[in-house]
Write a protein that binds this ligand. Structure first.
Ligand code: ZN
Ligand code: MN
Length: 141
């Protein structure tokens, strides 16, 4: 994550303590946080942190290609991914968690499909996550 901070410095981006806190939080997060999630977590340390600051920092990081905004919705809200590389996601219908799917989907690939040129392919899978399945199972026993 410090690499991002270095890259931002090189690009001449002003790094306020709030911006650094957002970058650091994103670096640690594996849960694809929403703007609200990020705001809530950072407000503990920076009580004056506004939603507008979180929004503008996320927009900046997205424009710089450091993070991506997922079009899959978490509790109806857009969520952010500190991994800017294209990868697939799984949404648990029970707990709402969004997990990375490190699978290579052979059907979903760049190339030609029905006469259309596919330039980007990102899959969203839906179902029940392993943790929720375990809970379901132990409730039955
Ligand atoms: Zn789940
Ligand atoms: Mn991801």
């Amino acid at each position: 994550m410090m690499e991002i901070i270095e890259r931002l410095k090189v690009k001449g981006i002003t790094l306020t303590p709030q911006r650094i806190a957002i970058v650091e939080f994103l670096g640690k997060s594996v849960a694809h946080p929403t703007v609200e999630d990020i705001h809530k977590a950072i407000k503990r340390k920076y009580p004056t942190m506004s939603m507008a600051t979180v929004y503008s920092t996320l927009r900046l990081l997205k424009e710089l290609g450091e993070i991506q905004e997922l079009s899959i919705m978490k509790r109806g809200k857009a969520c952010f991914d500190p991994n800017p590389k294209l990868h697939h996601h799984f949404l648990c219908r029970k707990c709402g968690k969004i997990l990375d799917m490190d699978v290579d989907c052979p059907i979903i690939k760049k190339g030609w499909v029905s006469g259309c040129r596919v330039e980007e392919a990102q899959a969203y899978l839906y179902g029940v996550c392993s943790e929720c399945l375990k809970k379901e199972q132990s409730a039955k026993e």
